[in-house]
Design a protein around this ligand. Structure first.
Ligand code: AMP
Ligand code: ZN
Length: 464
């Protein structure tokens, strides 16, 4: 069966056919870096990780771009409240975001463009939209004129009849019932303080939507394969991205739109504004390993809601124990007399796993195949019916599958080695070799060891 995805644009499951054979260009809406991301946000990034890892498993060469929104109303407001520059403020949360990605073993994208580094590209696009009769200026603000773009509403399936022409909204986020011309560029206001750019279209700053159009096209071209995000991004954000991009180029923007459902708590979307959120750090501090969070986020089909509970995390931890114990026990097994059954179990694993993920990333089905395999091979091993060769083939099969799941616990690093590396890092910092010092910190983090610099010296703890 070919690889198929549910395309939010056509609302059907379609075979995935890349624009360029063997290559996939994929854009993912990234975090607004004004606070620590919560685990609801990481549901979206974990889904995108599954998607990119499975595409790579299938042999595609993936180029993923994830933006960092380091300028918007919230970053400006909170950096001012903290009394630091916008850059100092957002840098802290960008670093925290990457640390969290590592703890969740979310593979790095190829590009992480920051909005503030791409103002020029955004201004060029706004100028193009004005030239195409799709944007206009009012008091230094620029708006997109949706009545001039007949396809407006096609992603969110909006009924555009009865729309009040000319209604405008300056806020980046708004509900479907306030469909209106949206801001591309906001003129400077005293509240913005020293946050502004002097540009050909005036002094001000970009709206949120234009950043994703400008940066996705810069890194992936005018027309690319996949655009992802959470369902809340569909309207207005992705609808507006389509309008801006297609309005500027006159070409189709994206072939496949994929949106993941919410992570919910007590029946409600986890969200900063509802105050019902946990950051990854909150959960790690309760003693849960990062891998259990990864498991919980991944194990439900991306188009279904994930219910976040601590019981769910406990269950994730047990499933990971089963997975990792299987692996360790098999690796330690010397091998016995083959009963000839192992190869069928291995074959069933790869066809089951791929067949399910090919069907719009049906992860629950795929995990079913993995745990069936674990049961079958465990049984053969317990009965001493597995040869050393079969053992090796079984290990190779699960190792390949783990390039997608990434559920294997890393080998324990012993305390003495950690302390020796911390000493090397301290020495590197004394020598002002900050690149080496950062590398040591990142390598340790990748192995689940988190360092904290305190006035009393470096402290460390295990996370995974
Ligand atoms: P934001 O910082 O609010 O723009 O969100 C960043 C990403 O997280 C977007 O792709 C959102 O769709 C996604 N997101 C936010 N809250 C949730 C949630 N509770 N469940 C799943 N995804 C979410
Ligand atoms: Zn975006």
């Amino acid at each position: 069966m070919p690889l198929r995805f549910k395309n939010s644009l056509t609302r059907t499951k379609e075979e995935f056919v890349p624009i360029r054979p063997g290559k996939v260009g994929m854009y993912t809406c990234g975090p607004t870096v004004y606070n620590f991301a919560h685990v609801g946000n990481f549901r979206a990034y974990a889904f995108e990780d599954l998607l990119r890892r499975y595409l790579k498993y299938k042999g595609y060469d993936v180029t993923q771009v994830m933006n960092l929104t380091d300028i918007d109303d919230k970053t400006i407001r909170d950096s001012q409240a903290a009394g630091v520059t916008l850059k100092e403020f957002t840098d802290k949360y960008i670093r925290a975001f990457f640390d969290d990605l590592d703890v969740l073993r979310i593979e790095r994208a190829e590009h992480y463009p920051a909005a503030t580094d791409h103002i020029e590209e955004m201004v060029a696009m706004i100028k193009q939209l004005v030239e195409n009769g799709l944007a206009y200026e009012v008091d230094g603000n620029y708006y997109f004129k949706i009545s001039q773009f007949p396809d407006y509403g096609k992603l969110a399936n909006l009924d555009m009849d009865g729309l009040k022409a000319g209604a405008r909204v300056a806020a980046d986020e708004y509900e479907k019932d306030s469909v209106s011309d949206f801001a591309l560029w906001k003129a400077w206001e005293p509240d913005d303080g020293d946050v502004f750019w002097e540009t050909e279209i005036g002094k001000g700053r970009p709206g949120w939507h234009i950043e994703c159009s400008a940066m996705s096209m810069k890194y992936l071209g005018r027309h690319f394969d996949i655009h992802t995000g959470g369902v809340d991004n569909m309207f207005p954000h992705h609808e507006n991205e389509i309008a801006q991009s297609e309005g500027a180029t006159g070409e189709k923007f994206v072939n496949y739109w994929m949106h993941c459902e919410y992570l919910i708590v007590d029946g409600r979307k986890m969200s900063k504004s509802f105050g019902n959120y946990y950051t990854l750090r909150d959960i790690l501090d309760k003693g849960y390993p990062g891998l259990a969070v990864r498991y919980l986020l991944l194990a439900t089909h991306y188009r279904q809601q994930v219910n976040f509970t601590f019981e769910g995390l406990d269950a994730a931890r047990s499933a990971l124990d089963r997975y990792n114990d299987f692996w360790t026990n098999l690796a330690d097994y010397a091998g016995g007399e083959s009963s000839g059954e192992a190869d069928a179990a291995i074959e069933k694993l790869s066809t089951g796993f791929e067949g399910q993920l090919d069907d719009d990333l049906n992860i629950s089905g795929a995990l079913g195949s993995v745990f069936d395999f674990i049961r079958d091979i465990n049984k053969l091993r317990a009965e001493d019916k597995l040869s050393a060769d079969e053992r090796d083939r079984a290990l190779a099969a699960i190792t390949r599958i783990d390039t997608v799941l990434e559920f294997r616990r890393q080998e324990e690093i012993i305390d003495a080695d950690i302390e020796a590396l911390i000493e090397d890092r301290t020495q590197a910092r004394k020598n002002k070799d900050f690149a080496l010092a950062d590398k040591i910190r990142d390598d340790l983090l990748a192995r689940g060891i988190v360092l904290e610099d305190t006035p009393q010296g470096v402290k460390w703890k295990r996370k995974v």
